[in-house]
Structure formats: structure tokens, C-alpha cells
Design a protein around this ligand. Structure first.
Ligand code: ATP
Ligand code: MG
Length: 397
């Protein structure tokens, strides 16, 4: 355990684990995954020692050349972490802790309107309990900065002290982490990514629950332009901040849509088209060993998102369809899109494949026998094979 002696004198990051602390025997697996995700996210910012102890992932720079601002921002995008704090380690001695707090947070503290000290003692061997430690250090800081009053209820600035197994830690303001579960602990899924507002958000939310994402886009060239595809690539790139590197699959969809337009009743265009999307998504899922399909559908948003229409489309999938937005209002979806930074790209005005052959009066309650009758005019299998064979793969980092 000696190797865990924390670095002294340099800023480190403390990443508080979220829901995974509730896991029983499996916790170790979740934690391992989390650590490897943190390692990957920290790579661009320098050389770090990264390990977990006491429900916290420690990110310690190995030298003075690490970009701690960059690392801090990146840490806030790691799923499975509920809080990120920039901290400094010191010996577990009450006077050393006070000195460290003064050196590390003195500037910020002297400008604050009020402050309090908050302590947590994970190491019960430490001679003072958390209240005693807060009072001791708070008292000395008050003498040092007499113009900054103590306010234990609504402090402007909080000095946090943590007594852990291997060291004491001092930190100022902590920021919320990304929450959720570590990426890769929730299985693998195909995520249907259009250029709209909803599907980047549904992709993000599935990833937040730990799902490894394999994005798939249906491309209707020349009815939709290269620019529409570029927009999806751009959205995919923006999502890598949360989802890690991904390979975007682009499936040519034009022939299928033209066949539907030419051979099926107009009111059924959309539902039949969406059934093709599901068949192709399933095929992609099998090829990539994915157990589900993520979509941005929201109940009642459009004709194809009624319960009846979704029932008719998911019949072609045969694996779970995950719809993170099913009960979200547009307003709530937009709020998340803004937060994750995809909104501005999503509203760029390029056409979507679904709008190319939109029927004037789509059936909101499609009948299965009528769907099957319409599909009998098509060589479904051949169309699926042809489209799948035309798949293009684009690496997103
Ligand atoms: P979005 O804003 O995500 O485009 P939407 O509200 O426009 O969603 P639809 O166009 O009906 O809804 O699509 C519903 C879902 O089907 C999308 O959220 C997406 O998951 C998937 N989808 C739609 N069009 C495509 C496409 N061209 N490629 C891949 N997936 C698509
Ligand atoms: Mg759309």
C-alpha cells in the first residue's frame, strides 16, 4: 500500500464515484471500468497516476507539465462521477492541514464574503472528529482573515477537508460531475443518429447510463445533401466528448425510400420506412454484438411516434429499443442539447431523410395487416442486403 502515498504540493483531482458505490460484489468491475475511462480521458493532458480508493478516483500529476485546467474540465465529462474537486494533499496533522489550507486557498478565501470549513473523516484513527477539525482549522483561518466572517449556513466559500487513509486533502469549490454509470458497463447499442435535436440527446443519455455507443445514420443522397451528412458527422464528433471515440456507420437509404414511394400507399410511407430502419439497425447490431437500439423518439411528437406506430416499427427489431426521451417534452430535450453542446449544430437548416417523402396524411394508428400488405410489394430482404452492403464507416475521435 506504500505506493499509494499521494503526491504532495501539487494539485490533484478527486473524482467522487456516483451510483457505483451502491453496487455490491460487482463494484470492483464497475470501478475498474471507470478507472480505465478516466485514464483515457486524461491522456491528452499529461502523465498522471490514477487509482481508486474509498469511493474516489484520484488523478495525480506525475510531473509539473500536466494541464490541470484541461484535466479538470475533461473529468467533468466522465460518466460515473458525481463530483470533481481540485485538491491538494498533505500530512494528516491538524496544523499542517491548516497551513496547507492557508497556502492553497488563502487568496480565494481572503476575497470571499463569508466562509465555512467542512470536514469529512474517513480515517477514524484521526484524533479529531470532523466537527472538531472544522472548528480548529476554521478558528485559525478566522484569525488569519478577520475580515471574512464565518457563515455556516450560506457561506460564500467553503474550505473542504478530507481525512483519508493515505493523506489529508484540502479543496475549495467542487463542481458537479457528469453522473450516470461508467461508459461500457451498460452494454453496447446501435444509436440511430439523425441530424435533428433529439437523437444526439438520446445518444448522450444512453451513454450516460453506461451504454457503449455505435452510431448509425441513414443517408438519402441526393434528396439530402453532403452537408446534411457533414452535420451528422459533426454531431457525432461533439458526442465523443462523452461517448469516447466511435465509428459512425452511414447506410445509403435512397433506394429503399424510392421503392416505398413508388410501391406503397402514401399514408404508410413513414411507418414502412421506419421498419426498414429497424431491420438495418438490427443487422448492424448483430454485426457489432450490440444488444439494443437507441432512438430519439418521444411519445406523440410526430405521427410515427404514437404507441401504435412504435409497436409496428419495433416488431422488426427483435432486440430492446431504448428510447431515453420517450416521456420528455421538447423543451426538456432542448435544455439537454444546449448543455451538451449539440443544439447549435442540430438547428442548422439541412434536410432530414424523414422529411423527404413525408406523407400529407400519415397513419397515426397503422394496421399491421395493411403494413404487411404494402410491404408485399417490395423485395424487403434484397433491399436490406443492398443498403447494408453500401455502408460507409467514418471514424470519429
Ligand atoms: P431527431 O431530432 O433526432 O431527428 P425527430 O424528432 O426528428 O428526431 P424522427 O425524424 O421521427 O424524429 O426520428 C425519430 C428517431 O429516429 C430519431 O430520433 C433517430 O433516432 C431516428 N432517425 C430518424 N431519422 C434518422 C436518420 N436519417 N438516420 C438515423 N436515424 C434516424
Ligand atoms: Mg428527425
Amino acid at each position: 500500500m506504500a505506493e499509494k502515498t499521494p503526491v504532495r504540493g501539487r494539485d490533484i483531482l478527486l473524482l467522487k464515484e456516483g451510483e457505483i458505490v451502491l453496487k455490491g460484489l460487482n463494484k470492483r468491475n464497475f470501478e475498474q471500468k471507470l478507472i480505465s475511462n478516466v485514464i483515457r480521458q486524461m491522456k491528452p493532458f499529461g502523465a498522471f497516476r490514477i487509482y481508486a480508493a474509498q469511493s474516489t478516483v484520484y488523478v495525480e500529476p506525475k510531473n509539473d507539465f500536466c494541464d490541470m485546467d484541461g484535466a479538470f474540465e475533461a473529468a467533468k465529462t466522465v460518466f460515473g462521477v458525481v463530483q470533481v474537486a481540485r485538491a491538494v494533499a498533505c500530512d494528516k496533522d491538524k496544523d499542517v492541514i491548516f497551513q496547507t489550507a492557508k497556502n492553497y486557498l488563502g487568496d480565494a478565501l481572503s476575497q470571499a464574503k463569508s466562509f465555512k470549513v467542512e470536514s469529512r473523516r474517513a480515517d477514524k484513527q484521526f484524533p479529531l472528529n470532523s466537527i472538531q477539525l472544522s472548528q480548529y482549522v476554521g478558528g485559525l483561518l478566522s484569525e488569519e482573515y478577520p475580515h471574512v466572517p464565518v457563515d455556516v449556513h450560506e457561506p460564500d466559500f467553503t474550505v473542504s477537508l478530507e481525512i483519508r487513509d493515505y493523506a489529508a486533502y484540502v479543496h475549495g469549490k467542487a463542481e458537479p460531475g457528469a453522473g450516470g454509470m461508467p461508459l461500457g458497463t451498460g452494454g453496447r447499442a446501435i444509436s440511430l443518429l439523425s441530424g435533428g435535436i433529439d437523437s444526439p440527446v438520446s445518444t448522450y443519455l444512453a451513454a450516460k447510463r453506461g451504454v457503449s455507443i455505435f452510431p448509425l445514420h441513414f443517408f438519402s443522397f441526393p434528396y439530402t445533401s453532403e452537408l446534411a451528412k457533414d452535420k451528422v458527422i459533426e454531431l457525432g464528433k461533439q458526442l465523443t466528448k462523452y461517448c469516447g471515440g466511435m465509428t459512425l456507420m452511414v447506410i445509403p437509404f435512397t433506394h429503399i425510400q424510392e421503392e416505398i414511394r413508388d410501391k406503397c400507399p402514401e399514408a404508410y410511407f413513414t411507418v414502412i420506412m421506419r421498419r426498414f430502419m429497424m431491420r438495418l439497425a438490427r443487422k448492424a447490431a448483430d454485426a457489432r454484438e450490440c444488444g439494443g437500439i437507441v432512438t430519439g423518439e418521444s411519445l406523440g411528437q410526430v405521427a410515427s411516434q404514437t404507441m401504435e406506430a412504435m409497436g409496428a416499427t419495433e416488431a422488426c427489431a427483435g432486440i430492446p429499443i431504448i428510447r431515453p426521451l420517450i416521456c420528455s417534452d421538447k423543451e426538456e430535450i432542448v435544455r439537454i442539447a444546449r448543455k451538451i453542446g449539440t443544439f447549435e449544430t442540430s438547428i442548422l437548416p439541412y434536410e432530414d431523410c424523414c422529411t423527404v417523402f413525408t406523407p400529407r396524411h400519415p397513419r397515426t394508428k397503422p394496421k399491421m395487416d395493411e403494413i404487411l400488405e404494402a410491404e408485399a410489394n417490395l423485395d424487403v430482404e434484397a433491399l436490406v442486403e443492398e443498403a447494408f452492403a453500401g455502408m460507409e464507416k467514418i471514424r470519429l475521435e
